[in-house]
Design a protein around this ligand. Structure first.
Ligand code: UDP
Ligand code: MG
Length: 157
């Protein structure tokens, strides 16, 4: 395990989040929390990339419909860095509790049909290894920006 202050996670605003104009709102949550943006793109992903990204879900019955949803518009893949970024981002999303996502969380506040359907506005890597794999799929090494925020002295001791 490295320094938790520099843990990186992979986050993606899904097509429904883009279509509904929630991009700014979602980015704001991560900025407000104190995470540092390391990389971001606006792109219409290929089916091949989505199938690679979600390869562990491919045997599920919902998969064909889910891929169709993920291809329904552009997405915003991002890399955020900070203290326990992977776990903390999953809390911000309310990922573990999709059935009744708590108010105050991104899914809890911004989407309704969270149980059975794909449209749940955001993806967040569920483990450090998953984050590393996903970052490698969506970004090249060069696209990960190394920079120091002057504000960091107010966020971390
Ligand atoms: N999904 C779906 N139907 C299901 C389960 C999952 O459409 O029955 C979609 C949903 O968009 C979810 C994604 O597949 O966000 C990945 O599923 P996972 O269980 O990993 O949920 P997450 O980690 O996103 O909370
Ligand atoms: Mg998942």
């Amino acid at each position: 395990m490295g320094d938790p202050n520099v843990e990186r996670t992979f986050i993606m605003i899904k097509p429904d989040g883009v279509h509904r104009g929630l991009v700014g709102k979602i980015i704001k949550r991560f900025e407000s929390k104190g995470f540092k943006l390391v990389a971001m793109k606006f792109m219409w992903p290929s089916e091949q990339l989505l199938r690679q990204h979600y390869s562990d879900l491919s045997n599920n019955q919902f998969f064909p419909g889910f891929i169709k949803y993920m291809l329904s518009g552009p997405v915003v893949p991002m890399v955020w860095e900070g203290l326990d970024a992977v776990k903390t981002a999953r809390f911000l999303l309310c990922a573990a509790n999709r059935k009744d996502a708590n108010p105050g969380t991104i899914r809890g506040d911004l989407c309704t049909q969270t149980e059975h359907s794909g449209p749940n506005v955001i993806h967040g890597a569920d483990a450090v290894e998953a984050a590393e794999r996903e970052i490698g799929l969506w970004f090249t090494e060069k696209e990960l920006v190394t920079w120091t925020r002057t504000v960091d002295t107010w966020v971390y001791e």
